[in-house]
Structures are given as structure tokens and as C-alpha cells.
Design a protein around this ligand. Structure first.
Ligand SMILES: *[C@@H]1O[C@H](CO)[C@@H](O)[C@H](O)[C@H]1NC(C)=O
Ligand SMILES: *[C@@H]1O[C@H](CO)[C@@H](O)[C@H](O)[C@H]1NC(C)=O
Length: 194
């Protein structure tokens, strides 16, 4: 009897776990608001970032280059049996994302990332929003500062997997709204050894 109850509760727990909507857990730091779907979306091998920022600094372009290079070289396969090959057909048939645009919100001051990153704690603007549609139309990263755009690029770069020569995500569409650090201080070390 006890065993039977125990089994029943295990089954109930399993059903509960399976029915929880799947939220993509591949982005670090974990965004404070993330919603995603379950569609496949390819990333074109020659996809392009458009920096829609007047007088953007060199370090913003360097950040864009870094993200482009990371996506093209990290080649991470899905951690699943077959490395995602079971989805080969769905991935090949998926829409292709060719372009991502970076936009600063109206009224934002354009400064180099290096300057934004040393603003006083509590005044640093790091918030960004990211939207990747599932139909292959342009993805958008918006922010109040170039530092926010850098944070958005860092999240964008972690969405992608590789199968053969195809880069894809299995969680389109992806929407992150106003993600920002919860606290101005994120690390603290007190070395009492000496
Ligand atoms: C970014 O990459 C392009 C193309 O490879 C290059 O022309 C440009 O100088 C790079 N920009 C920076 C700031 O690294
Ligand atoms: C990817 O590989 C397949 C076969 O392995 C080939 O037909 C296709 O052209 C390749 N695509 C690209 C973009 O290189």
C-alpha cells in the first residue's frame, strides 16, 4: 500500500515536471525575464549585425565582432542523445535569421562601452531587451546605453547550437525584456588569510 502510494506520487511528480512549460536555461547570467517558444530557427552563416547608433564607438563594433566570432567558432552541440541529429529535418526546414539590429533608446547618450562600464555603481545603465522572432525576420537588441547593448550581445550569442554545418536555436521566438543586474554589487571577496 505504502509502495503503491509512493509510486503514485512519483508518477504525479513526473507528470508535473513534464507539464511545466519549457524555459530555456542556456543563458548566463540568467535573464530576469525570459520567454521563449519551441521552434527551430537557423542563423545564416553570413548573418549580419546592423549597428543603428549614431557615432557608435569602436568598442561597440569590437563587441559586435567578438560576438560574431564567438558564434562562428564556439560550435556547441546540444547536450542530448545524438547531439540533436534527430531534429535534422526540422532544422533544415527552419526559417533563417539573417540580420540583427542594435538600437539605442530615444534620448540615450552615446558613449564608449569602456566609459559606461566605469560609471558609479548604481548609476550604470546595463539594461537591454532582446527579441528574436521565429519567422527569420530581423532580431532586435535595444538598450539605454552601449553597455546594455554589450549585455544583449552576450545573451544573443548563447542562444545558438551547431549541427553539422548549421547554426540553429530550438527555442524561437525568444524575448527578453529589460534584463539588468538585480543588484549593483555582484561580487565580493574578503581575504582574511593574511
Ligand atoms: C570588425 O571586423 C571588421 C571585419 O572583419 C573589421 O573591418 C573591423 O575593423 C573590426 N572592427 C573592430 C573595431 O574591431
Ligand atoms: C552543409 O552541408 C550540406 C551537406 O553536408 C551541404 O549540402 C550544404 O550545402 C552545406 N551548407 C553550407 C551553408 O555550407
Amino acid at each position: 500500500m505504502w509502495l503503491a502510494m509512493c509510486r503514485t506520487s512519483h508518477v504525479a511528480l513526473l507528470v508535473l515536471l513534464l507539464s511545466v512549460p519549457s524555459v530555456f536555461g542556456g543563458i548566463w547570467p540568467i535573464p530576469r525575464s525570459l520567454s521563449n517558444g519551441k521552434s527551430f530557427l537557423q542563423l545564416a552563416p553570413d548573418f549580419d549585425f546592423t549597428v543603428d547608433v549614431d557615432c557608435a564607438s569602436d568598442d561597440l563594433y569590437a563587441a559586435v565582432n567578438r560576438t560574431t566570432e564567438a558564434i562562428q567558432t564556439q560550435l556547441i552541440e546540444r547536450l542530448t542523445v545524438g547531439r540533436g541529429s534527430i531534429d535534422q529535418d526540422a532544422i533544415s526546414a527552419a526559417p533563417v535569421l539573417c540580420s540583427v539590429v542594435l538600437v539605442l533608446d530615444d534620448g540615450a547618450t552615446v558613449r564608449p562601452i569602456a566609459e559606461e562600464a566605469v560609471q558609479p555603481l548604481g548609476e550604470r545603465l546595463e539594461s537591454y531587451s532582446l527579441y528574436v522572432p521565429e519567422d527569420g525576420s530581423e532580431a532586435v537588441i535595444t538598450a539605454d546605453s552601449t553597455l546594455g547593448l554589450l549585455r544583449g550581445l552576450t545573451s544573443f550569442e548563447q542562444l545558438w547550437y551547431t549541427l553539422g554545418n548549421v547554426t540553429y536555436t530550438n527555442v524561437a521566438p525568444v524575448s527578453i525584456e529589460n534584463d539588468a543586474p538585480a543588484y549593483p554589487y555582484r561580487g565580493f571577496m574578503l581575504d582574511t588569510a593574511r
